[in-house]
Design a protein around this ligand. Structure first.
Ligand code: AAO
Length: 511
């Protein structure tokens, strides 16, 4: 027994599946390419009051500067050093953001790029976002410092030195991902440098990490780094708290590396989720919402308590990464809101909402030729996120997390937290409904005809405000109201031409 307790204590030391959000806050939002100064304000003015649990931020460490001709978003995924110094802000601004977000109970999760540094193709004129010198062809990154010994050039066994086959696990881990210099994470020295960087962030108050390109690192190497991490800053977290870890592993099946290899380290991104949900909501391949009855593990997804889920991410909203054409994004707003609504209502996984910027999307031969375009900027400075009188964002920022339907479903998820999946109903086609215990109920009409049905909601009798079409303000509803009778039933009608063909009610939106 004692041995078992001891072993499980060691196990808990590195595996961290719980997100460290404040009690009752159940989702995070990716504020892709935002400046730290804007995130600090957003935590205070919007995320905390609306019940968001945390923010995933873009990589905070110094990256290479690329002119393509203007600066692509993806330069942030090519590290030059571990100085906290990017277009999002410097270390003072970073510290201020983490402090202010934590002070209002909103957690910060850093995107940690530890698989690689920049591309060796970076020429003599290349510079780092913070001016650190480096010579990529010589593998010299003196600001860390790393040198030739710290990379996997000798370990990789592909002819080109790059990943040539995703069917070969060793290549996926030891060779260069899209040409990026692959760090030798088996080396104690490299592990220490990476752990020092992550500990620096933890000490400032970060609550966890997205591990970029985790699929391209051996699970044991990741574990060795995680074992070196400090407990979270006790100013905001209980003594001895461990950082939340979610690993970016793209596993749609049919490759040598699988998600389950990483469960021991923390959660894993479930890429099947957005790919499948997009297919269903678009009604492609004969899919119907009716089939969502056993959504989750029933669809071959990983266990719910290991999954980090999302409808789209910064890669697959522009054709990078994986998922393909079925992925729904803000470009398909009507279907997108339904998909995000479904995700936030459904109990499966830990949910992440995407928050994007506009770019001049332009397809040539099925590929978006502007998939590289970086965030709104003046010259090279990222533009401030301005807020319009109607609470949406300006300056080219999309701010999906501020769309009423999405913001209110984040609150819905908090209200129904811990409640079972109940009262499923479907019409055999694309009209479905389900509840979460006796706290919330949602109805979708994705058919080409109207929905008009009396359904068992499981909610206490009363009049409820539909949080999709409106808000409960001062005890009144600005949208549709729904009356639940004493037997828990209510009548719903949803036109198939409604801008938002779904209705959601919960006990905190009772009038
Ligand atoms: C840039 C340039 C490159 C240049 C490079 C170096 O675009 O042309 O060679 O610089 O100079 C981001 C951008 C990259 C960018 C990079 C560095 O997306 O374009 O390269 O920054 O600046 C794989 C990885 C996954 C990765 C994803 C993009 O497994 O980890 O590619 N995502 C993360 C980040 C991402 C970032 C990096 C990693 C690098 O989120 O933003 O890159 O730090 C298969 C595999 C996947 C693989 C995809 C794409 O997917 O399974 O593992 O993702 O291919 O290569 C079906 C299959 C599905 C398959 C898919 C696509 O759907 O079922 O499994 O087809 O083939």
């Amino acid at each position: 027994m004692q041995v078992f307790l001891f072993l499980s204590a060691i196990g808990l030391c590195w595996a961290q599946h719980t997100p460290n959000t404040q009690l009752g806050r159940t989702s995070i939002v990716h504020l892709f390419e935002w400046r730290w100064a804007d995130i600090a304000q957003e935590c205070e003015r919007y995320l905390a009051p609306n019940g968001f649990g945390g923010v995933q931020i873009s990589p905070p460490n110094e990256n290479i500067v690329v002119h393509n001709p203007s600066r692509p978003w993806w330069e942030r995924y090519q590290p030059i050093s571990y100085k906290i110094c990017t277009r999002s802000g410097n270390e003072d601004e970073f510290r201020d953001m983490v402090t202010r977000c934590n002070n209002v109970g909103v957690r910060v999760y850093a995107d940690a790029v530890m698989n690689h540094m920049c591309s060796p193709a970076a020429g003599a004129g290349a510079r780092g976002a913070c001016g650190s010198p480096f010579r990529a062809p010589a593998r010299a990154f003196p600001a860390v410092p790393y040198s030739g010994w710290d990379f996997n050039d000798r370990k990789c066994r592909s002819a080109s030195g790059g990943i040539e086959s995703y069917g070969d696990a060793a290549q996926v881990r030891d060779c260069r991902l899209v040409g990026l210099l692959d760090l030798a994470l088996e080396k104690a020295y490299v592990r220490c440098k990476v752990a020092d960087y992550l500990n620096h962030l933890i000490d400032m108050g970060v609550a966890g990490f997205r591990l970029d390109a985790a699929k391209h690192m051996w699970p044991g190497d990741i574990k060795a780094v995680l074992e070196k991490l400090h407990p979270l800053n006790s100013t905001w977290f209980p003594e001895g708290s461990r950082p939340f870890v979610y690993q970016e592993v793209i596993d749609l099946g049919g490759e040598a590396v699988s998600s389950s290899e990483y469960f021991g380290n923390g959660r894993v991104t479930e890429f099947k989720y957005g790919a499948k949900l997009g297919t269903v909501i678009r009604k492609w391949n004969g899919e119907k919402m009716t089939y969502l009855k056993n959504w989750g593990e029933g669809w071959g997804f990983m266990p719910s308590d290991r999954a980090l889920v999302f409808v789209d991410n910064h890669d697959n909203q522009r054709g990078h990464g994986a998922g393909g054409a079925s992925i729904l994004t803000f470009w398909d707003a009507r279907l997108y809101k339904m998909a995000v609504g479904f995700m936030l209502a459904h109990p499966y996984g830990f949910t992440r909402v995407m928050s994007s910027y506009h770019w001049p999307r332009y397809f040539e031969n099925g590929k978006d030729v502007n998939d590289w375009v970086g965030p709104p900027s003046n010259n090279e400075t990222i533009k401030e996120v301005t807020i319009n009188p109607d609470t949406t964002c300006g300056n080219g920022w999309v701010c999906e997390h501020r769309w009423r339907q999405i913001r209110n479903m984040v609150a819905f998820r908090n209200v129904v937290d811990g409640q079972p999946f109940t009262n499923w109903w479907d019409n055999g086609s694309n009209q479905v409904a389900f509840g979460r215990g006796n706290k919330g109920f949602i109805v979708f009409n994705n058919d080409d005809w109207s929905l008009s049905s009396t359904l068992l909601t499981g909610l206490p009798a009363g009049t409820y405000c539909d949080v999709i079409s409106g808000d409960k303000v001062d005890g009144n509803c600005t949208g549709i109201t729904i009356s639940v009778s004493r037997d828990g039933r209510a009548h719903f009608s949803i036109s198939n031409s409604a801008e938002d063909p779904f209705i959601a009610i919960h006990i905190e939106a009772k009038l």
